[in-house]
Design a protein around this ligand. Structure first.
Ligand code: SIN
Length: 538
C-alpha cells in the first residue's frame, strides 16, 4: 500500500480556506513554501457566508477594555481572560492589515460605517458590501494569495487524517493524508508544521446556518492524532435564521437587529424586553432561548422578525444579500414580517490550543473555528469569530517564526505512522441515510434544550452507527465525513451530559441554573479520556 502513495513535501501545510487559513498561509509564506489544502473549492467555508461583520475597536469613543468586557460578559464566565485580552488588543492592527491587503469595508461620509450587534456596548462591527463581509474578505485574501509564488492552493483535497512521526505516544505531527478527488488517489503531504484552520461542525445538525463542508474533519482528525478537545458542549445557536421547512436554512444577520429589527410573537407583540434589558441585542444564547420559549408558548414553529419600521430604501441598501435571498423565498424584508427560528451556527469548543495556537501535539497548530483558545467561553460574542481567525492566525505565524530553526523536515519515512486506508469506492447509500438521521437526532436530542435521558440515547446511537461504519469495506468522502460527524456528535452529547448546569450556549432542562463551581471547569476529551473528563483550571 505505502509504495502506491504519492509523497509531497512543503514547509508549511495549512488545512482550510476560510479567513483563518488564508490569512495564516499568507503570513507563513514569508518564512517558506505553503500548501493550503481544501476539500472543495477555495470559497467553500463559513467565511464566505459571514454577513454581519468583524468586530474591532477602531472608533475613538470605544476601547479595548470595553470590547474585553463585552466578550467576557457574553462568554458567561468561561472565557480565558488572557486569550480575550490578546484578541481585543491585537484586533485593530489585524483589521488594518486586512484593509491594506485590499479589503473594502463600508464607509459612510468618509469614515468606517460601524454597526452594532448583540451584547456589544458600542458600534464596532465593520461590514462590507452591506451584508457580504465574508465574501469581500475572502476575495481580497484570495487575490493576494494568487499573486504569491510561495503559496499553492490544492482544491478537492480531502484531509482524511494527520500523519504522525513515530506514533501517538510521540505526539508529533509530520503531515496529512489526503484523498485527491480530481485524480482519485491518496497522497501524503509532509511539512515542518501543520496548521488546522478547517472550520467547525455545524453540519451535524439538520437545522444549521453552516454550509455542507462543515463536517468537523479537523476536530476529529486532531483528536485521533492525540490532541485534546475542549468545551464541545458549547454549540452556539444563531437566533435568527429563516423558517423554511421546505428548503435550506438561511442566516439573517444579527446586524439586522442591530439596525433596529425587533422580534414579535404570534400576536405581533414585542417580547424580548420581557426577557433581558438589552432586548433584541441581548447575548445570542438568551435571544435564541427566548425565541424558542415564545414560539412554544404560542404553539408556533417560529417568531417574527420585523424590520418594516426602517426608512424606505434602507433595507435594500444595507442588507442587499439578505433582501435579495429572502425575495427568492417569497419574503420582502422591507415590507413584511419574516418567520425566523434559531439554528446551529458556531462551535465554541474544539481543538484545545494555547494563545499561540499550539495544540497538545507537537508541530500541530490550530486557529479559527476548529480551535478553542478560550476567547469565546460558553457563548461567542457576535462578530468575534472572523477576528479570532485573524489574530490567532497571526500569533501562529509569530510562534513559528520564533522557532523555525528547530522545525526540521522529516527525513526518515519509516517512522511515519500513516493511518490504515481502505480502498476508495462508491460508499453504500446507507451512508447518506445515516448522515440525515444523525442530523435529525442531534436537533432533537442535543439541540438548544438538553436533558440526560436524551443525551444518553444519543451517545448510544452514535456508538452503534460508528461501529457499523467501521465494517464497510470501502470509503469515500461522504463516509469519512460521516465518521467525523459521528465521533464529534458523541463527544458533544457526552460533554453536555457531564456538564450538570446551564451556561451560555449549553442549557440543561434538568439542571437549569448556572453553578459557580463549574465556572473554572471544562470538559476535555483525548485518547486517554475518550468518554470525557472534567478539567479544573486554577
Ligand atoms: C451575523 O451576521 O449575525 C453572524 C455574525 C456572527 O456569527 O458573528
Amino acid at each position: 500500500m505505502l509504495q502506491d502513495l504519492e509523497y509531497i513535501k512543503t514547509d508549511f501545510l495549512v488545512v482550510g480556506t476560510g479567513i483563518a487559513g488564508l490569512y495564516t498561509a499568507l503570513n507563513l509564506s514569508s518564512l517558506g513554501q505553503v500548501i493550503i489544502l481544501t476539500k472543495e473549492q477555495i470559497e467553500d467555508s463559513n467565511t464566505q457566508y459571514a454577513q454581519g461583520g468583524i468586530a474591532a475597536v477602531l472608533d475613538q469613543g470605544d476601547s479595548w477594555e470595553l470590547h474585553l468586557e463585552d466578550t467576557l460578559q457574553a462568554g458567561a464566565g468561561l472565557c480565558d481572560y488572557r486569550a480575550v485580552q490578546v484578541l481585543v488588543q491585537n484586533g485593530p492592527d489585524r483589521v488594518r492589515e486586512l484593509i491594506k491587503l485590499g479589503t473594502n469595508f463600508d464607509h459612510i461620509e468618509g469614515t468606517l460605517d460601524l454597526t452594532r450587534e448583540g451584547a456589544h456596548s458600542k458600534r464596532r462591527i465593520l461590514h462590507a458590501r452591506g451584508d457580504a463581509t465574508g465574501v469581500e474578505i475572502r476575495e481580497a485574501l484570495t487575490r493576494v494569495i494568487q499573486r504569491n509564488n510561495n503559496v499553492i492552493v490544492r482544491e478537492d483535497s480531502f484531509m482524511i487524517d494527520l500523519v504522525l512521526d513515530g506514533g501517538p505516544l510521540t505526539r508529533k505531527v509530520a503531515g496529512v493524508v489526503v484523498f485527491d478527488q480530481r485524480r482519485h488517489c491518496y497522497q501524503i503531504y509532509l511539512a515542518r508544521v501543520v496548521v488546522l484552520a478547517s472550520g467547525g461542525c455545524g453540519q451535524i445538525y439538520a437545522n444549521t446556518s453552516n454550509p455542507d463542508v462543515t463536517t468537523g474533519d479537523g476536530i476529529a482528525a486532531a483528536y485521533r492524532a492525540g490532541a485534546t478537545l475542549i468545551d464541545m458542549e458549547f454549540m452556539q445557536f444563531h437566533p435568527t435564521t429563516l423558517y423554511n421547512p421546505t428548503g435550506p436554512s438561511f442566516l439573517i444577520s444579527e446586524s439586522v437587529r442591530g439596525e433596529g429589527g425587533i422580534l414579535l410573537n404570534k400576536k405581533k407583540e414585542r417580547f424580548m424586553p420581557n426577557y433581558h434589558p438589552q432586548a433584541e441585542l441581548a447575548p445570542r444564547d438568551i435571544v435564541a432561548r427566548s425565541i424558542l420559549k415564545e414560539a412554544e408558548k404560542d404553539g408556533m414553529p417560529y417568531v417574527w422578525l420585523d424590520v418594516t419600521a426602517c426608512k424606505p430604501g434602507f433595507v435594500e441598501k444595507r442588507f442587499p444579500t439578505i433582501y435579495q435571498t429572502l425575495l427568492q423565498y417569497g419574503h420582502d424584508l422591507s415590507q413584511e414580517l419574516i418567520p425566523v427560528i434559531p439554528a446551529a451556527h458556531y462551535m465554541m469548543g474544539g481543538v484545545r490550543t494555547d494563545i499561540d495556537g499550539q495544540t497538545d501535539v507537537e508541530r500541530l497548530y490550530a486557529c479559527g473555528e476548529v480551535a478553542c483558545n478560550g476567547v469565546h467561553g460558553a457563548n461567542r460574542l457576535a462578530s468575534n469569530s472572523l477576528l479570532d481567525g485573524l489574530v490567532f492566525g497571526h500569533r501562529i505565524y509569530e510562534a513559528i517564526r520564533a522557532r523555525r530553526s528547530t522545525l526540521n523536515m522529516i527525513d526518515n519515512y519509516n517512522s511515519l505512522l500513516i493511518p490504515p486506508l481502505k480502498p476508495n469506492g462508491q460508499a453504500s447509500p446507507l451512508i447518506k441515510e445515516i448522515g440525515n438521521r444523525l442530523r435529525q437526532e442531534m436537533d432533537k436530542k442535543v439541540g438548544m434544550i438538553r436533558k440526560s435521558e436524551q443525551l444518553e440515547t444519543m451517545i448510544r446511537w452514535s456508538q452503534q452507527q460508528w461501529q457499523g461504519l467501521n465494517n464497510y469495506p470501502v470509503s469515500d468522502q461522504e463516509s469519512w465525513e460521516l465518521a467525523n460527524m459521528l465521533q464529534i456528535s458523541e463527544m458533544i452529547a457526552r460533554a453536555a451530559l457531564l456538564r450538570e448546569e446551564s451556561r451560555g450556549g449549553h442549557y440543561r432542562s434538568d439542571f437549569p441554573v448556572k453553578e459557580a463551581h463549574w465556572s473554572k471547569t471544562h470538559i476535555i476529551f483525548n485518547l486517554d479520556y475518550p468518554e470525557g473528563k472534567q478539567d479544573v483550571l486554577e
